[in-house]
Design a protein around this ligand. Structure first.
Ligand code: ARG
Length: 612
């Protein structure tokens, strides 16, 4: 089913001879439900006389299957009269047809149920022929999205916020790419600032060349901890009235950072080594999650010129003001009551996190001319991003309307055995090991897995990701290894199990693929099978919705619903042991379910396993 003509031909075969009505917003070649929408909208338009463009979007997707495949709230058509009576009247007038069952009036709603035979013929071949592309659409064709995510700090520890940004950002990248956006994946490293001075000072005192080469992230972290505890101890002394001998850590760090900002070669050379080695290590860890960034940018990469230019605009437009030698923006004066004040330049002339973000945004627009730029950053930085967007707006940088902050809540209790601090690598290891232990409990199955460690690692990663994406982004959640590695409930391992089971049915049934593709779909008749079919048909709509919500849970929730319907169908809808024609048709349905599950899992960043 590649073209509208193909769709029309298929409809003719099904005895639907009326030409497919054309609606600009319908994607009949990528979304089978849009075919039904088009026909229903056309009839409803004829019956009610309401404008086609109002009728079409009023046909809404349902969460619960008993509400119909599509539902229309009568008041949405804005016609005078009692909605309940209108619903009854219109339902009675709806002509008999091949595509839907007689519509049902329910209070002020009209429920539409698709004709299962038609649905099967329109959906299953579409899934089987589109394969990995079933669910995708072309809504992003010709458009560019810059997605900034993960954005770890080189001189500070990795934390749960980075994990979430990584997971959600990778997901959004996959989703937008799936819908034909050109996606630029950017990691905006925290690779600049006073903390770098602190790190360099400590490195000069107690650093080790060898350790740095071996595991830069670990070593830099050790130095970070040392330097900070020294600085803290000094501060306490100062507070207690003691006079320090020589310069304090903080003073030295500030001086060092000033040298970096002034472009002093020696200071920069050390910093660059830290940065380069950290990137190499990061790339390895991201690869474990199937993530590859197009660009490692970072706070250090923002040109001084750009920031000077920004500073000039802010001054000329009266956005910034001097305050005790520093430059600040008082947002309240500019009509942003809740944004307080922010420093954009320190007394010593050095820049800040916010200053660099202003410059970075301008450079990105100039370089990439994006249609949307997404910042995947914790909700702890809501204020920061609001300030950033407000400044860009005040500066007259119109591209700010294309910038979006995708935020998320906190993770509680993410720590490894070795303590509070976590590295992405060790989280993945630890959950993988826990998963391995869970798998070992089922000896029978465990014996059949060829490479149990690798499978455990893959399922472990699914466990972490699904736990992260189950709730709405903004919700906080506890990091709970025991729960996430369970095969029961709404977990990653459960989805992996569902996929492996479908693969196993396919193996056992041993029906050649061409025979599955040409199965007689009218043999799909059991209510459970039809329920599953109706759910599979929703997948393209789920993708469209997800592009609106930017919420991974829109897909995750759908998957849990779909896999539950799937697992309760096995009892009734048997493949192995059924008569050949029936087995072929049922296998076509299950292969469709596997395709949808696999496509969705991959979008979420999971690697579906075939055995476990
Ligand atoms: N590196 C920052 C942190 O770890 C996050 C950066 C977010 N992105 C941005 N453009 N400010 O807190």
């Amino acid at each position: 089913i590649g073209s509208v003509e193909d769709v029309q031909a298929m409809l003719n075969e099904l005895g639907i001879t009326e030409p497919l009505p054309t609606y600009e917003v319908a994607s009949v070649t990528t979304n089978p439900i849009d075919i039904f929408r088009s026909y229903i909208a056309e009839e409803m338009h004829k019956i009610t006389g309401v404008n086609r463009d109002i009728v079409y979007p009023a046909l809404e997707w349902t969460q619960q299957m008993e509400k119909g495949d599509l539902i229309m709230a009568v008041p949405r058509l804005r016609i005078k009269g009692d909605p309940k009576a209108l619903a009854a009247d219109w339902v009675a007038k709806f002509p008999e047809n091949q595509y839907i069952l007689p519509p049902e009036a329910d209070n002020q709603f009209i429920k539409f149920f698709f004709n299962p035979k038609t649905l099967a013929r329109l959906t299953i071949p579409s899934i089987l022929s589109k394969g990995t592309r079933y669910g995708a659409n072309h809504s992003g064709a010709g458009k560019k999205a810059l997605i900034e995510f993960s954005s770890v700090n080189i001189a500070k520890p990795f934390h749960a916020g980075h994990l979430r940004s990584t997971i959600i950002g990778a997901f959004l990248s996959n989703l937008y790419e799936y819908c034909d956006w050109k996606v630029i994946k950017m990691n905006y490293l925290g690779d600049w600032g006073k903390q770098f001075g602190l790190l360099a000072v400590e490195y000069e005192e107690s650093g080790s060349e060898e350790k740095l080469n071996e595991d830069p992230i670990q070593h830099l972290f050790e130095l970070y901890v040392k330097a900070n505890s020294k600085a803290k101890a000094e501060e306490e002394k100062i507070k207690a009235g003691e006079v320090l001998e020589g310069e304090s850590m903080n003073d030295k760090a500030r001086a060092y950072f000033k040298k970096m900002e002034d472009g002093e070669p020696n200071a920069l050379a050390l910093w660059k080594r830290f940065r380069d080695l950290s990137i190499v290590k990061c790339e390895k860890v991201y690869a474990r999650l199937n993530i590859r960034f197009d660009i490692y940018s970072g706070e250090s990469q923002v040109a001084a010129d750009t920031m000077a230019k920004a500073s000039q605009i802010m001054e000329d437009k009266g956005i910034s003001e001097n305050s005790e030698g520093a430059k600040i923006v008082d947002f309240v004066k500019h009509g942003y009551k809740k944004l307080g004040k922010a420093i954009i330049q320190k007394k010593d002339g050095t820049t800040l996190y916010l200053t660099r973000d202003i410059g970075a945004a301008m450079e990105r627009y100039e370089t990439y001319n994006f249609d949307t730029m997404i910042y995947v950053v914790s909700s702890q930085q809501d204020l920061h991003l609001q300030q950033l967007f407000a400044i860009l707006k005040l500066m007259g940088q119109d591209f700010v309307s294309k910038c979006v902050h995708i935020n998320f809540g906190l993770v509680a209790g993410m720590k490894t055995r070795s303590g509070e601090v976590v590295f992405l690598d060790s989280i993945l290891d630890e959950v993988g090991e826990a998963m391995h232990e869970v798998m070992k409990k089922n000896e029978e199955k465990y014996k059949q897995v060829e490479n149990p460690e690798e499978v455990a690692d893959t399922i472990g990663k699914s466990a972490i990701m699904i736990q992260d994406m189950t709730g709405k982004r903004i919700n906080n959640y506890p990091f709970d290894i025991k729960r996430m590695t369970s095969f029961e409930g709404d977990t990653g391992p459960y989805l992996q199990y569902a996929h492996a089971r479908l693969c196993s049915i396919l193996r056992k049934a041993n029906i050649p693929m061409p025979l599955i593709h040409t199965a007689d779909l009218s043999l799909i008749t059991e209510p459970q099978a039809i329920l599953l079919l109706r759910t599979l048909a929703q997948f393209p709509d789920v993708i469209t919705n997800t592009l609106k919500t930017n919420e991974p849970t829109t897909i995750v929730n759908y998957l849990f619903k779909m896999t539950q319907i799937l697992s309760s169908s096995y009892e009734v809808v048997k493949v192995v042991g059924s008569e050949e024609d029936v087995a072929r048709a049922r296998m076509a349905l299950f292969e469709s379910a596997r395709t949808v599950l696999s496509n969705a899992m991959k979008l979420l960043g999971l690697t579906p396993v075939e055995r476990m």
